[in-house]
Design a protein around this ligand. Sequence first.
Ligand code: NAD
Length: 412
Amino acid sequence: MSDPFENAMQVVAESAELLGIERTYPGKAILDRLRIPDKIIRFRGSLQRDDGSITVYECYRIQHSDLLGPYKGGIRFHPSVDMSEIMALGLWMTLKTSLVDLPFGGAKGGIAVDPSQLSTAEVERLVRKYTYRLVNDIGPNIDIPAPDMGTGEREMTWIYDEYRKHRDLARAVVTGKPIFIGGSVGRREATGRGLVAVLQEALTDLGWRDCSVAIQGFGKVGAHAALDLHAKGIRVVAVGDVHGAVHDPRGLDIPALAKHAATTGTILGFDGAKPIDDLLGCECDALLPCALGNVITAESAPRIRARLIAEGANGPTTPEADRILAKRGIHILPDILANAGGVIVSYFEWVQNREGFYWEIEEVNEKLIKKITKAYRRVRDFAREKGVSFRHAANSLALEKIVAAMLARGVQ
Ligand code: NAD
């Protein structure tokens, strides 16, 4: 079984080796300081169910590093949530915020729960309990949660509301809120939009005129990426969700598929598209994993037919699969770069909350594209210069800044 945190650390260690960090700064325990998070918060969430019974859930918040600013990272509700997964996600947030130049550190939280099995009232009670237990550990200058898999604007509203009950009215305590309570325009679409911007940069560099795309996941990331691709005239030929996948080589009508998914809760049963079993192995030029981690493995990598992978999800590719794909000449746009659009616009939301002045959508989108494109070009240039993968380039650039802050700040 692949261990997400060990996998994440393996890539960091390889990038550190590439930069010669341990040799340049002997005795500074740099990798150890990244391996062990600043703070691990693990607690019991006891939920009173609608029928009066009690169910207990494991809850986590990992504050990985605040070297570059307050902790920042989403909250995941999924049955597979465990310590290793949340630690990996926290580490990736530290790397991601560094790579795209945000004044934040990295964190992640989650609950090992399947929210689809709870009523709305039960989810609300669980979110409020989770927030209450963390009320001393979060705050606009301390740790700022956001949505991830299984959570969204609704949960962020409850976090904000619970925090204001016990602390103050600071809207900047959480991002990914609805617009009416201080969310940013463009946040909902930001991760998908950023992913498409990075993909388009790569297509230009590769000189591809045409590109067919397959997307795993049709949630906050996958659906918005699909809609953006469709709007830009790029063919989305296959889409999958937890229930299955559909395919049309001529290109799916994504706005109609989004409507179908919103009404039925799944992409399955969509008129005019054929159900398929193997989304990862389907015929396409670019594959966008936008669901779970660890889906591109040594087992699935050999059957991937795409020549380009843009990682909307966090950690979709295991290090073993990475090596297989590299040998097969498949180019990967790594997660900490490709899905950074969400945290970039979360940063804009935090800035707007603190300024009390809200921007127009054009300004948000322009700033997002500028920031993520700049990061893409830095990664590309580093990869070309050093002859390394984009993943190692992205990790190395992120690490350079983190290590500089670590050395400048002394022993934390
Ligand atoms: P979401 O809960 O909104 O959507 C998840 C999607 O994945 C759903 O369509 C679900 O049906 C599908 N899915 C779940 N299990 C699956 C399976 N076994 N096979 C195929 N599909 C499956 O989550 P999201 O916010 O879109 O996040 C997706 C990924 O993107 C996660 O890895 C998350 O960490 C990452 N991410 C999210 C954001 C963000 O802003 N939401 C930002 C950066 C990265």
